[in-house]
Design a protein around this ligand. Sequence first.
Ligand code: NDP
Length: 459
Amino acid sequence: MRTLLILGASGDLTGRLLLPGLARLIRLGRADGLKLVGAGSDDWSDEQWRTRIDGSFATAMEKADDAGRASLQQVRDDSSYHLLDVTHPGLADLVATLDGPVAIYFALPPSVSQKACSALGSESLPPGTRLVMEKPFGTDQASAHLLNEKLAKVVPEQNIHRVDHFLGKATVFNILGLRFANRILEPVWSNLHVEKVEVYFDEALALENRARYYDGAGALRDMIQSHLLQVMALLALEAPSSLHERDLRDHIGSVLRASSVDLDAPGSSRRARYTAGRIGDRQVTDYTAEPGVDVEKGTETLAEVTVSINNARWAGVPFILRSGKALGVTRKEAVITFKPVSHLPTGFKGEDAPTKLRIGFGPDTLQLEIDVNGPGDIFSLDRTTLSTDLNDTDLLPYGEVLEGVLAGDPTLSVRGDTAEDCWRIVEPVLKAWEEGRVPLEEYTAGSAGPDSWPSSHGG
Ligand code: NDP
């Protein structure tokens, strides 16, 4: 038997993402022998908690075969709920009664998670207890460091899962497979041949009533500090000797330690906020008019930073990371742009456009844009795209996170030193923005972003 204890059982994350992800895992027979326990400050009976589970398990129930349905039903029926202020010692008492190994999921506001960690202690925890921490992990490098110290007193680093649900396991291994299992790529994967690397996460979704969280975070903290730096690390890391979490996370750590933003370089960071506009048939309100937004905070809804990786492989290659909301075009991809050929034989006609490799995330796709002598004039260079869809995982992102947690496999989790480094990289940018050294620009909701940004014109 193993136990998943969710703290914050009544919260949004639990209902909308965790329980559906878990349901998918159970349906696929990948979470056998699991006991699900909820805890929170709502005065619920076990049956009220199970009703919540029913809502989140519904889709998986519909899709399941008989065996899957039976497993889902069993987890639901065996589940229990505990009324608890998780910041009090009663938390440690509860955990001590559970069948180990216990995975404790902190689906709580960050400040409450910290207090809950203090309430846990380490003495009475069942062997193999895992702690699952949500983003944001701290608010800067110093607070992430303190949180790491606090967690280290409770369980070893190996048992701490700092969740980054952005890249599923399939996507991570797709990137690694592409890079390291293809002889033609590795020799050109460096500053000798790569002009620039861009990572985009542009979404059409606007604030969607999330002002309470988002207005305190903004696009840089919400997406770039955590998720996009991880993508960058996968694109830039040296070849690990194995896919074991230690090798992989050592290499991710190494490349992030070499990374920084050169604030003196023009355009090294940009920020903007959307104004009212239309996205498809949807009218989007000006960000500053959204309920719960504090205009004084000057929160950006679109951010871009250019990261330098100061090592032999990547010196001189800009890694441009950009993410924003309420944009007209949804764009979730990494684009590797190669340098022009050193000499194009004279006589060719047409544009000698750079070779580009595009790696799309969710759905995972791969596209190679190259020049060929297409049909018609044999001297004319034409652009063509070699394209393939990569296998998408059966699991929802949180299903993959939970599978790793339940198996005690931290491969997809962010290691403590890396979590601190990601803050170190963005902190000077945040400071420059706070001091007004980079203007807060505007873009119309539904547009491609500020017109003056090169990244608004496609990559
Ligand atoms: P919510 O505010 O919706 O839920 C928080 C939960 O914590 C509620 O169930 C709340 O219960 C409970 N809680 C708060 N204080 C206590 C306490 N002292 N004792 C027991 N329970 C308590 O937050 P979210 O679910 O949105 O977010 C949870 C975490 O997940 C955050 O760290 C967030 O950053 C992260 N996250 C959320 C995402 C999302 O889409 N929601 C996406 C990615 C990360 P009550 O309401 O009764 O106080």
